[in-house]
Design a protein. Structure first.
Length: 204
């Protein structure tokens, strides 16, 4: 489990090294990506505690979903043209890779906000005194969120690789996903340790 977490973190670190280069080139500040428990972060968590069903992390996920829907609608002709123009075997493989990435992103679009809301509601409304600190519903939901982000990340990187003219939008979506990931890791510190029956291997 530890090795898996380290590999995932390494991939995210490399992606965001590139993201910082992009942000610098476009004069965009990334200060809001910090994961520190400053006064603003403490206020955010308290606000989520009082309003679990309308927490700010879910709002980011809802915005992400709508923006992605708009993105694919706006760029449908460009994407379809790329896919349909594939003639050689190599081009077909690239086309299939792009199609699979789009399908992956769309698969998690609705899942993200629903699972985030369920996680926060479970955390702040259930009786924590009698709940297992790791094996519980809210950590299970939070882990699905993390997995959704981790699988969506490389999918966006593939779209970026094949359609570099969509670079700005791809990076913005990666920023939104990373915000979600960091907030979930802060608010659900044991989520990564949750064992999904039938899916996760329990280390001895």
């Amino acid at each position: 489990m530890k090795e898996t977490i380290e590999v995932v973190q390494k991939n995210f670190d490399e992606t965001f090294r590139l993201l910082h280069d992009w942000a610098t080139k476009n004069n965009i500040t990334l200060d809001d990506l910090r994961n520190s428990m400053d006064e603003a972060e403490i206020k955010r968590r308290e606000k989520n505690r009082r309003n679990a069903r309308t927490n700010e992390t879910s709002k980011i996920a809802f915005d992400y979903r709508q923006n992605v829907i708009d993105f694919f609608r706006k760029n449908k002709l460009l994407i379809d043209s790329y896919i349909q123009s594939a003639k050689s075997q190599t081009a077909i493989e690239k086309s299939n890779e792009l199609t699979y990435s789009i399908d992956t992103i769309n698969w998690y679009l609705t899942l993200l906000p629903a699972k985030i809301t369920r996680a926060y509601v479970g955390l702040f409304e259930l009786n924590l005194e009698y709940s297992d600190p790791i094996q519980n519903d809210y950590n299970g939901s939070a882990k699905v969120v993390l997995i959704s982000v981790e699988n969506s990340f490389p999918a966006w990187e593939i779209i970026l690789k094949h359609l570099p003219e969509l670079e700005d939008d791809c990076w913005k979506f990666l920023v939104m996903l990373d915000k979600i990931r960091k907030r979930i890791l802060v608010d659900f510190p044991y989520a990564i340790e949750f064992v999904r029956p039938g899916f996760d291997q329990v280390s001895c």
